[in-house]
Design a protein around this ligand. Structure first.
Ligand SMILES: Nc1ncnc2c1ncn2[C@@H]1O[C@H](COP(=O)(O)OP(=O)(O)OP(=O)(O)O)[C@@H](O)[C@H]1O
Ligand SMILES: [Mg+2]
Length: 241
């Protein structure tokens, strides 16, 4: 039996009174690279928000490392879907990345030199160090996305949640992100990534959750990433074979 790091039981979530996810049981395997796939509006982003306690549940229970999310916040890095983020707040690139370090700071709340070093290394890794003093609002869409990747890298979390991190980034950045996830896996970390390109699922991930309001299938990519399951989630047309 694989170790389960996140257990979701009977999860239902609604906006106003319109349910968008119902009755979902999900096991996320420890040390996996797990993709969440499903059509637009399937509830992928909502699922992540539900797991992280950012969206109220109609019903259900989530446990992360056997605990409530509030007890393990420090262990979790989250990159929201970029189209849902307001990028206009007045702050510099390096400050955004340093936010990834704040979870580790005590009550004094001042980043140390070592935090700054980690933040700069993360920017270097993603090719954004030269922009470190730039206002975040003065970056291109893909560059902003890279800054948020750097923040997650700097955080050194146990579980990485990324909501479409590859949307709108160039090929080189895509490779850096995937290499980062593979390296993180070697260090025992787990990642949960909303992903749209079905053609790269097999290369990038080892586990998958196929979602369309309900979980259609979950498990190892080699077992459940099938045309039949994609058809059940109404997404066969996206898959070019
Ligand atoms: N703040 C909101 N208020 C009302 N309805 C919402 C809200 N956010 C999402 N929804 C609805 O909930 C459903 C699921 O949305 P969600 O953003 O989770 O989908 P998704 O699978 O992430 O889609 P995408 O691939 O487009 O990112 C959709 O029908 C969406 O219209
Ligand atoms: Mg989404």
């Amino acid at each position: 039996m694989d170790d389960i790091i996140i257990k979701v039981e009977d999860l239902s979530i609604a906006y106003d009174d319109k349910p968008v996810l119902w009755d979902n049981d999900i096991d996320i395997v420890k040390n996996s690279r797990t993709a969440i796939v499903g059509p637009n509006g399937a509830g992928k982003s909502t699922l992540i928000k539900g797991i992280l306690g950012l969206k109220k549940k109609l019903s259900g229970k989530v446990s992360i490392m056997g605990k409530d999310i509030r007890e393990v916040k420090k262990e979790i890095a989250y990159i929201p879907q970029s189209s849902s983020v307001n990028w206009d707040f007045p702050t510099t690139v390096i400050d955004v990345v340093l936010m990834g370090r704040y979870v580790h700071l005590g009550w004094i709340k001042r980043p140390a030199k070592s935090d700054l070093k980690l933040a700069e290394e993360a920017l270097e890794k993603i090719g954004m160090l030269e922009f470190k003093d730039r206002q975040i609002s003065q970056l291109s869409g893909g560059q902003k996305q890279r800054v948020f990747i750097a923040r997650a890298i700097a955080q050194d979390a146990t579980i990485y949640f990324m909501d479409e991190p590859l949307a709108g980034v160039d090929n080189k950045t895509e490779n850096v992100i995937i290499d980062f996830l593979k390296e993180a896996q070697k260090k025992g970390k787990t990642s949960v990534v909303v992903h749209h390109d079905l053609n790269t699922v097999k290369d990038y991930f080892d586990h998958i959750i196929i979602l369309n309001k309900r979980v259609v299938a979950q498990g190892k990519v080699e077992d459940v990433f099938t045309r039949e399951n994609l058809r059940k989630a109404s997404m066969v047309g996206d898959f070019i074979v």
